[in-house]
Design a protein around this ligand. Structure first.
Ligand code: ADP
Ligand code: MG
Length: 336
């Protein structure tokens, strides 16, 4: 069963004649990393608010269609339960922080859940350590940098141990290094703990490749959805300025499918320069076990049938053959 199911959702803000969302249908699976993209005013924040259960409760307005969370209508669910399971981080962390001190901020949401004190202390310590906020746990929130404030907003939400994290342009106030750090943390949470992530973003260079699925919105409607590379292709036709620079560059060259990371772009270029290389844009297949040859670049390291015995007599290598290509990132795996 889908975690969220949105059926024929149309929504008008109070006193607005134009619908902010029009006939939206979508499903979100547990553990998925979903990216909402689109130009400013396309409805990303509005859809994020719907998923977090804030629309229509806090914003009012008129809503048509249904939003199901775990098979039940969102509006029939207890507010507290929704807040506990769906955590939302807003664009501007200043507006989200309610306490003056870092630890108190993280504890605030937990106090509202009525957790026993030892459990609360444990969760606060855990989440501060995870977010790298341990050194500033006693600080005034007003003294934190923008990146630290955004991390604190995220920490306060994570302390509640939600199943879903909805993030509305969480990096728009941040410098590139802090933005990268926040997105890597979110990616780790998604990969390592299975947290479902819905990320609304306008600037895609840091996040397009992180998503399992991308939904492109325009004027309140879903224009297309699919894997990042598929949607990148669509965006290239509709609004190339939304694309990460590497994808935009290759779009101009008329390359299809459009690469979405620098690494993919480089592989396409290498593939085109290569005399008998594989088809451009396709990842090189993994070599067979001990396969000495692999098409493409000249090898940087080539080993064939290498045996090695330490002076004490330990046979450490027994006929190892392998090729490492220039620029390749290889992992050598095995027990101690
Ligand atoms: P995005 O996040 O993609 O920039 P929004 O969801 O904020 O888009 O906006 C979608 C539409 O809803 C826009 O026309 C916007 O003006 C309108 N809108 C957004 N927030 C509000 C609000 N709080 N009250 C009234 N209209 C709003
Ligand atoms: Mg927005």
């Amino acid at each position: 069963m889908a975690l969220f199911k949105v059926e024929n959702l149309t929504y008008y803000y109070p006193a607005s004649a134009e619908a902010a969302l029009k006939n939206i249908n979508l499903e979100i699976r547990e553990g998925e990393f979903l990216l909402l993209v689109g130009a400013s005013g396309s409805g990303k924040s509005t859809l994020a608010r719907v998923l977090a259960g804030l629309i229509p409760d806090f914003y009012g307005g008129k809503m048509g269609g249904r939003v199901l969370f775990k098979g039940r209508e969102m509006r029939e669910l207890n507010r507290r339960q929704v807040a506990r399971e769906v955590g939302m981080v807003f664009q501007d962390p200043e507006r989200q922080l309610v306490k003056t001190q870092v630890e108190a901020e993280v504890a605030f949401g937990l106090e509202n859940l009525g957790l026993p004190l030892p459990e609360m202390r444990r969760r606060v310590a855990e989440v501060l350590a995870f977010m790298g906020l341990e050194p500033v746990k006693g600080s005034f929130t007003a003294h934190l940098s923008g990146g630290q404030k955004q991390k604190l907003a995220l920490a306060s939400v994570l302390a509640m141990q939600p199943r879903v994290l909805v993030l509305d342009e969480p990096t728009s106030q941040l410098d590139p290094a802090s933005a990268e750090e926040i997105l890597q943390l979110v990616r780790r949470l998604n990969e390592e703990t299975g947290l479902t992530v819905v990320l609304a973003e306008q600037r895609l260079e840091r996040c397009l490749h992180l998503a399992d699925r991308v939904i492109l919105l325009a004027r309140g409607e879903v224009v297309c959805e699919g894997r990042p590379a598929e949607v990148a292709q669509e965006i290239a036709g509709a609004d190339p300025l939304l694309l990460p620079p590497v994808a935009r560059f290759f779009t101009r060259l008329g390359v299809s499918p459009v690469p979405i990371t620098v690494k993919e772009g480089r592989q396409i270029l290498l593939g085109r320069l290569r005399p008998e290389g594989g088809p451009a844009g396709k990842p090189t297949p993994a070599p067979a076990k001990n396969s000495p040859v692999r098409g493409g670049n000249p090898a940087a390291v080539e080993m064939q049938g290498v045996w090695y015995t330490y002076p004490q007599g330990n046979e450490a290598l027994k006929g190892v053959s392998l090729n490492l290509q220039k620029g390749e990132f290889a992992v050598i795996l095995g027990a101690n």
